[in-house]
Design a binder for this molecule. Structure first.
Ligand SMILES: [Cu+2]
Length: 162
């Protein structure tokens, strides 16, 4: 009997001992490490997502999208600094995952934006989602929720401005 990729991913996730522990998901040559999000205030409709993706293969892949159960819309954003002002824009053509490289979506850099939240994102309450790759296809993951509220003055995504 062949173990399905989904079963393998679930098994990998169950192997962790707590929500803050690192968890990872495999899809072919890709290792998707520690998908995570931040808590949101009660009426927020935007959240964030972070992840680290390593490509151990010999062919480039591309992160082109995803989904999350808590959000109506999932976008990949890049952060740039223009004239000393931090701005975000949607990445239309995805993020390239070069062979041998690890790409990190993290605070201050490229990140996932979760729009049209159906419910607040709560610390310690993981939610399901998926990343979509050009070659590896759709890979189900679980996002852990940790850290501080996203709606601090220094980290607001409202109106796509800093
Ligand atoms: Cu953003």
């Amino acid at each position: 009997m062949k173990v399905s990729p989904i079963a393998a991913a679930v098994a990998a996730c169950l192997a962790v001992t707590g929500p803050a522990a690192s968890h990872e998901f495999k899809a072919g040559d890709l290792t998707i490490s520690h998908p995570s999000s931040r808590p949101t205030p009660p009426k927020a409709d935007v959240g964030v997502g972070y992840v680290s993706i390593r490509n151990d293969g010999t062919t480039a892949d591309r992160l082109i999208g995803g989904s999350a159960t808590v959000a109506g819309r999932f976008e990949i954003h890049a952060s740039t600094v223009e004239d000393g002002v931090a701005r975000m824009r949607r990445v239309e053509d995805g993020i390239v995952l070069e062979p041998g490289a690890t790409v990190k979506l993290a605070s201050g850099g490229a990140h996932v934006m979760l729009f049209d939240l159906k419910e607040p994102i709560k610390k310690g309450q993981p939610f399901d989602g998926a990343f979509v790759f050009e070659r590896a296809g759709t890979v189900p993951v679980s996002f852990s929720v940790e850290g501080f509220n996203v709606a601090t003055p220094s980290f607001s995504h409202e109106g796509h401005k800093p």
